[in-house]
Design a protein around this ligand. Structure first.
Ligand code: ZN
Length: 115
């Protein structure tokens, strides 16, 4: 095991990637943050992070940010789904994007008889 491993209990949980729709581990997000200088999402929670390095956040701060981020992120997708239903457009595209993603439960909101 690496000297910096957190052992059985990892205090820094994963971040749900808004484009890949999968969780990214803390170690990956630390590198992303160091390279890009921000979390790659424009929700209020992600934009509120202004530390020089992500590891300056305490585990409970990171917990709130990533939980808040998920609610913002889900809300964005609910908006896409609402538009797709209203306009009867892009439904198939959204179903494809949600398939095998961490938010695939939202697929159930879309019309099942789409063709
Ligand atoms: Zn966010």
């Amino acid at each position: 095991m690496h000297a910096h491993s957190y052992g059985k209990y990892a205090p820094y949980g994963k971040w749900l990637h808004p484009k890949l729709l999968i969780h990214r581990p803390w170690d990956v997000m630390k590198d992303v943050y160091d390279n890009v200088g921000m979390l790659p999402h424009n929700c209020g929670f992600c934009r509120s992070v202004k530390v020089e390095r992500l590891e300056q956040l305490k585990p409970d701060q990171w917990y709130v940010i990533r939980r808040g981020h998920v609610t913002s992120f889900m809300s964005e997708w609910l908006g896409y789904i609402q538009k797709a239903i209203e306009n009867d457009k892009n439904v198939e595209l959204i179903i494809d994007r949600l398939a095998n993603s961490k938010i695939q439960i939202l697929k159930d909101l879309l019309p099942k008889d789409w063709r």
